[in-house]
Ligand binder design. Structure first.
Ligand SMILES: *[C@@H]1O[C@H](CO)[C@@H](O)[C@H](O)[C@H]1NC(C)=O
Ligand SMILES: *[C@@H]1O[C@H](CO)[C@@H](O)[C@H](O)[C@H]1NC(C)=O
Length: 710
C-alpha cells in the first residue's frame, strides 16, 4: 500500500517550476481531439477561505479576512496550530507567527491540497516580508501533493488535516473496479518523505476524515461494505474510527452519521438527519476501554428541531462551543453559527456580515479565536469575475485528447472543430474555440446542440424546457449561424422549426451524410427515437426507430454512420436507471453496450471523431464527498467517462464532487490551457444551496429564532 511521492523539501523547490510552467503542457503527437463537458454551477462558485475572529470586540465585517488568494476555487480549510511541529513554513522568532491553513484547491486543472501561511502584522494587516523564494509578498504557499504527476493519477482531494508531519485527506485515485462504488478513501502522506498509506480498507469508501486531538485516532463517515444506494440527500453513512498511524483497530462507533469532528479523545460531534426530518448535530461519547464495543457508545442530540444544523467543527482550545452551518426557515442562505454548549444558545456569526451569501464547512483555530469557512469571494468584495473562462483546462492523463469544462451546457463542435455551440439558460450561443466571436443565436430556452456535417453553419437544437413530460412543448429547430447579413444587423439569425406538435422533440443528432436527423420524441406517449429529413424536418420524411413503453433518449449518430448511440431505461422503465444502447440507423442490430451496475445511470453519450469510443456522464464512481458539504447538485455523482464502442475499457476522466454532464467530443485538438472568454459574462456567485434544505419537514416543530448578534 505504500507509495512514494517527492518529499516536501523537494516540493518547496518544485514550486517555482510549478508556478512558471503549469500553463505549458507538451502536446502528444497523436493528440487529435478535445472533450468538452459542463458542470452545474461550478464556474460561478469562486470560493475562497475566509477567517473571522470570534469572542472578541473585533467581530465585524472589517475583520473578516479573505485568507486564500482568489485563484480558482479554494475550500474545506483546516488551521494549523502556531506551535505545530510541522516546520514547512519556516517561522522566525519574531512575533506574531504566520496564520497557516491547509485547504483544497482546484487550480491548474486538478484538485490539490495547499498549505498557505500569511504573516499578519501586530495590527492585523498583512506585512510584506519576503523571506524565501516560496513567498509572494506576505504569503507562503506550498502544494502538499503531487500524486498525479507521479503515477499518471488524477484524483479529487478532500477535507485535509495535518497531524504531526502527516497529511490526512480523501483522494479518489484508486479505482475499486466495481460500478457505483465510491472511489473516495482516506490516505495519509508523510510531508517530509512523501510516503503515502491508504487508511481505508479496500472495497470501502470513507468520507470527511477528522483526526483526534492526540492524533492517535481518525474518524470518518463511511459507506461501509454495503456501498452506495443512489441516495444524495441523506448519504446514510456511519461513523468509524481507526488508528491514524495505519488504519488498524477500525470500529464502527455511530450508526447513521456524517462529518465527524473531535472535541477530545472521547467525544465526537457529527450530523445526522433525525426521523423528524431536521438535520441536527449530535455527539457520541466513547467509552474509555478499547476496543470499543459499539453498544457502549452514548449518543446525544445537541441541536433541536426547527432548523437544519450540520457540518460541525470543534476547537481543542475552547471546549465550550462548536461551530456549525445552518439553514434557518428565516433565511434562504447557509450561515455559520456558533453553539454555546454551556448556555445552550446559538450565536450567529456570518449572517450579520453577509446575509445574502452561502457559507460552507466551518473550522476553528486551535486556540478557539478564529472561525474559518469558505464562500464566494465576489459577494463580499463586490467583485466580478476577473477572467471569465469559456473553457477551463482539466488535467487529463489520456494522450489522445484535451479535456475542458465549458461555461455553459450541452456543447457541440462544428465539423471542423473550430466553433462550439452551447446553451446557457436561456439562449443558444456559438463561439470560436479560442474564446473569440461569441454570439447569441437563439434567445429562448434551448438544450442539446449538434452541427450539421455538410451544410456549413447549421446548428440543431431543441427549443423548450428540459426534464419535462412527453406532452411538453419542445421542438427541434435548425439555426443558420453563418447568416452574415443578419448578424450585421445585430439581430439573431432566423431559424427553421423541424418538428411540429411540440411533444417533447429533443436531442437532435444529424447523420454524417447530411440527409437525416435522429431525435427523441414523446409523440406516441413514450419517449422513443425517430429519424426525420434534415432539411425539411418531419414534413420531408419521418420514421420511428425504437418503440416501447420506456424512455429512449440522448441519441448520437456515429461519425462513420454505422450506429446511433442512446440512453435507455428499457431494463426497468421509469426506474430512473439508464444504460447505453446502440442501434443501426436502419433499425437493426439493437444492443446494450454499457451499464453502470444495477440501477445505475449512463447518459449523454457522444462518439469520438473516429467512432471507436464514446464519452458520457455516469454515476459509475458514485459520490465522492458528502453532498451536504457542497452547493446544490441534482446529481452530484455525475462524472465524465470514456468507453470503447464495444463497452470495454471504461476510464474516468473527471474527479470531483460536483455534477458533471453533457460531454461532447470534437475533431480538433485544443491546446490544454484555459481559454478566456471576452467580454466579461457578468457576476459570479449565483448558485443555489442544496434544495432539500429549503424544505422544512412537515411535522417539525419550529423553535423561535432568537439570534444573538455579536
Ligand atoms: C470560549 O467560548 C465561550 C462560548 O462558549 C466564550 O464565551 C468564551 O469567551 C470563549 N473563551 C475564550 C477564551 O475565547
Ligand atoms: C442495416 O445497417 C447495417 C449497418 O450499416 C448493415 O450492416 C445491415 O446490413 C443493414 N440491414 C438491412 C436489413 O438493411
Amino acid at each position: 500500500m505504500k507509495n512514494r511521492s517527492p518529499p516536501a523539501v523537494y516540493l518547496y523547490l518544485q514550486l517555482i517550476l510549478l508556478l512558471s510552467t503549469t500553463s505549458v503542457s507538451l502536446q502528444n503527437p497523436s493528440s487529435s481531439s478535445s472533450i468538452v463537458f459542463a458542470t452545474l454551477g461550478k464556474l460561478d462558485y469562486d470560493f475562497d477561505i475566509f477567517t473571522l475572529p470570534i469572542f472578541s470586540e473585533t467581530t465585524s465585517q472589517n475583520h473578516e479576512r479573505q485568507f486564500t488568494d482568489g485563484v480558482s476555487i479554494n475550500y474545506n480549510g483546516f488551521f494549523l496550530s502556531s506551535t505545530s511541529s510541522l516546520s514547512l513554513v519556516a517561522t522566525s522568532t519574531s512575533s506574531p507567527p504566520p496564520l497557516q491553513v491547509v485547504y483544497v484547491t482546484e487550480r491548474y486543472g486538478s484538485s490539490n491540497i495547499y498549505l498557505d501561511g500569511i504573516y499578519y502584522g501586530v495590527d492585523g494587516t498583512s506585512e510584506l516580508r519576503r523571506r524565501s523564494v516560496c513567498e509572494k509578498g506576505s504569503r507562503i504557499q506550498i502544494p502538499l501533493l503531487r500524486l498525479e504527476d507521479r503515477n499518471g493519477q488524477i484524483s479529487m482531494k478532500d477535507r485535509p488535516s495535518i497531524s504531526g508531519e502527516q497529511l490526512i485527506y480523501v483522494s479518489t485515485h484508486e479505482n475499486p473496479e466495481v460500478p457505483r462504488k465510491s472511489w473516495a478513501a482516506v490516505y495519509s502522506t508523510h510531508l517530509k518523505t512523501g510516503d503515502t498509506l491508504r487508511l481505508t480498507p479496500y472495497g470501502i469508501a470513507d468520507f470527511s476524515p477528522a483526526v483526534s486531538p492526540s492524533g492517535i485516532w481518525t474518524a470518518v463517515a463511511s459507506s461501509g461494505e454495503k456501498g452506495w444506494d443512489g441516495e444524495i440527500e441523506d448519504l446514510n453513512t456511519h461513523i468509524y474510527i481507526f488508528k491514524t498511524q495505519d488504519g488498524s483497530e477500525r470500529v464502527k462507533v455511530v450508526e447513521h452519521g456524517g462529518w465527524p469532528c473531535w472535541m477530545n479523545e472521547f467525544t465526537i460531534y457529527f450530523h445526522r438527519r433525525n426521523s423528524d426530518g431536521w438535520l441536527s448535530i449530535y455527539r457520541a461519547i466513547l467509552p474509555q476501554e478499547r476496543p470499543i464495543k459499539f453498544q457502549t457508545v452514548v449518543i446525544e442530540r445537541v441541536t433541536l428541531p426547527g432548523f437544519h444544523a450540520f457540518t460541525p467543527a470543534t476547537s481543542v482550545g475552547n471546549k465550550s462551543f462548536i461551530a456549525i452551518a445552518t439553514r434557518r426557515p428565516t433565511s434562504n442562505f447557509r450561515h455559520i453559527e456558533l453553539y454555546d454548549l454551556i448556555r445552550n444558545e446559538f450565536i450567529e456569526v456570518t449572517r450579520p456580515i453577509s446575509p445574502e451569501s452561502h457559507h460552507y464547512n466551518p473550522f476553528i483555530s486551535p486556540d478557539g479565536s478564529l472561525v474559518g469557512y469558505h464562500k464566494c469571494r465576489g459577494s463580499v468584495n463586490g467583485g466580478k469575475r476577473k477572467n471569465p473562462l469559456l473553457l477551463e483546462n482539466i488535467k487529463n492523463t489520456e494522450p489522445d485528447f484535451s479535456l475542458f469544462r465549458i461555461d455553459g451546457s450541452f456543447p457541440s463542435f462544428s465539423p471542423d472543430g473550430k466553433r462550439i455551440a452551447y446553451v446557457d439558460f436561456p439562449g443558444l450561443y456559438v463561439v470560436n474555440s479560442d474564446g473569440s466571436g461569441k454570439r447569441k443565436v437563439f434567445l429562448d430556452t434551448a438544450f442539446a446542440t449538434a452541427w450539421d456535417w455538410k451544410r456549413k453553419g447549421v446548428v440543431y437544437t431543441s427549443a423548450g424546457p428540459t426534464f419535462s413530460s412527453e406532452r411538453t412543448q419542445v421542438d427541434i429547430i435548425s439555426v443558420n449561424v453563418y447568416e452574415e447579413k443578419i448578424s450585421e444587423l445585430g439581430s439573431t439569425p432566423s431559424y427553421k422549426t423541424l418538428t411540429f406538435g411540440g411533444q417533447n422533440n429533443a436531442f437532435p443528432s444529424p447523420s454524417p451524410d447530411g440527409k437525416w436527423v435522429a431525435f427523441r420524441s414523446g409523440r406516441s406517449g413514450n419517449k422513443n427515437l425517430y429519424v426525420m429529413d434534415a432539411i425539411e424536418g418531419e414534413k420531408g420524411g419521418l420514421r420511428q426507430l425504437t418503440e416501447g413503453p420506456w424512455t429512449d433518449t440522448m441519441c448520437n449518430w456515429s461519425p462513420d454512420g454505422e450506429w446511433i448511440a442512446f440512453s435507455s431505461d428499457r431494463d426497468n422503465p421509469g426506474g430512473g436507471s439508464f444504460s447505453l444502447y446502440f442501434i443501426h440507423p436502419n433499425g437493426t442490430g439493437l444492443k446494450k453496450v454499457f451499464q453502470s451496475g444495477k440501477g445505475g445511470k449512463v447518459n449523454h453519450p457522444w462518439f469520438s471523431p473516429d467512432s471507436k469510443s464514446l464519452v458520457f456522464t455516469s454515476d459509475y464512481a458514485a459520490v465522492s464527498a458528502e453532498p451536504i458539504a457542497n452547493p446544490h447538485h441534482f446529481q452530484p455523482y455525475g462524472d465524465i467517462f470514456i468507453v470503447k464502442a464495444d463497452g470495454s475499457g471504461i476510464r474516468r476522466l473527471t474527479h470531483n464532487s460536483f455534477e458533471d454532464g453533457t460531454p461532447t467530443w470534437g475533431p480538433s485538438y485544443i491546446k490544454p490551457v484555459d481559454v478566456v472568454q471576452l467580454p466579461s459574462s457578468g457576476s459570479s456567485c449565483e448558485f443555489d444551496d442544496c434544495h432539500w434544505l429549503s424544505k422544512a419537514p412537515k411535522y417539525g416543530v419550529e423553535i423561535p429564532n432568537k439570534p444573538r448578534c455579536p
